[in-house]
Design a protein around this ligand. Sequence first.
Ligand code: GLU
Length: 422
Amino acid sequence: MTSPYQHFVETLEEAGRCLGVSADLLRRIATPERVHTVSVPIKRTSGAWEIYAGYRVQHNSARGPYKGGIRFHPQVNLDEVKALAAWMSMKTAVVDIPLGGGKGGITVDPHSLDDAELEALTRMYTNRIHRDIGPYVDIPAPDVNTDSRIMDWLANEYGRLTGLPTPAVVTGKSISAGGSEGRDTATAQGGFFVLQSALEANGESLAGKRVAIQGFGNAGANFAKLASQAGALVVAASDTSGAIASEQGLPASDLAQFKAEGGRFSQMNGEFTRIGPEEVLTYTADILVPSALEDQLSREIATGVTARYVLELANGPTTADGDAVLEQRDVVVLPDILANAGGVVVSYFEWLQNVSLERWSGNQVRTQLADVMKNAFEAVAGIKSARSVSYRLAAYCLAIQRISAAMETHPMGAESASPVKT
Ligand code: GLU
């Protein structure tokens, strides 16, 4: 199977062929500007030292400072972080916010650490990368298994180490530490707006639709709540421990609450049936929402998908083969670099509030997020119909156009630092 980064490069090349741009340009866009690999040693509560591997990939800064989350997961590796960083560059370009793309991660199972160890890990990682991040350089944020508490530690440690305490160095903080209203629900809310626009474009609405959700972390759980509020039925859902289904619709808020309190579906009791973990992806539904990790919708699974819409709230949930099958089967795939961009959009709003010493209301955040997501959807849909390509290729085309334009003209872009005039 192609690795996530290879998959990114192949999709970029396909979009590049469609636009007729040079292979050199694509290579320049594909290649990360900087790659940091760090060791993250901590003394465990047991007294033993453990050394974890950490990464920060700074992919592209032509459109602005690097921006992207930090993931704590046992599967984190450099190839994955490179792909995730590249997808951030694409994402910020698609939604047209003045930021580039980056991503970080530590290869660790955070559930194996106690609170003190988790804090030590976060502070040591910050120690390793603090010279390479900053409010105008590279702004981290939450991702899989990282939350506002971890972002608060990062901001605090950055201020301590540099003597320049500023909340703007990281987004996704708690409200009391300078976080934004609506950041916690932003990924789901952004995806919801994109789905609404796509349904409207086909003369449909979410009311009465059957929704299956893989992954019940921040994105999946909040999306379940929004979809239920809009009259959809969440008929199947999964977390890492198991999957559950109900023809009457699962109680989204109760599930979200149960998960927020640290529960696992395998231990939950209620009026639902248990299904196999992969069955959630092929469960009879109108809308499938992969909100977990990469490479979930393989060719085999894609063949069995019953949904007519796939909303990619996860990054890279569809393999290259899986994507081809879905396209051939006329399933509408709303691609990750558009569908899950709401998180980074509200991160941008948080950063704006921090540097301008403002506070926006939840309503203001939601209204502005709706504008950004709907405009991005329209721009992508325009390219899709003009070029007769999928939403994914259309989104990549848009990103290539915007990033290459910035690489040519932006005085701060990494390219302009090159002494070689081409
Ligand atoms: N981790 C999120 C993503 O993959 C958010 C990144 C951010 O807010 O900077 O888009």
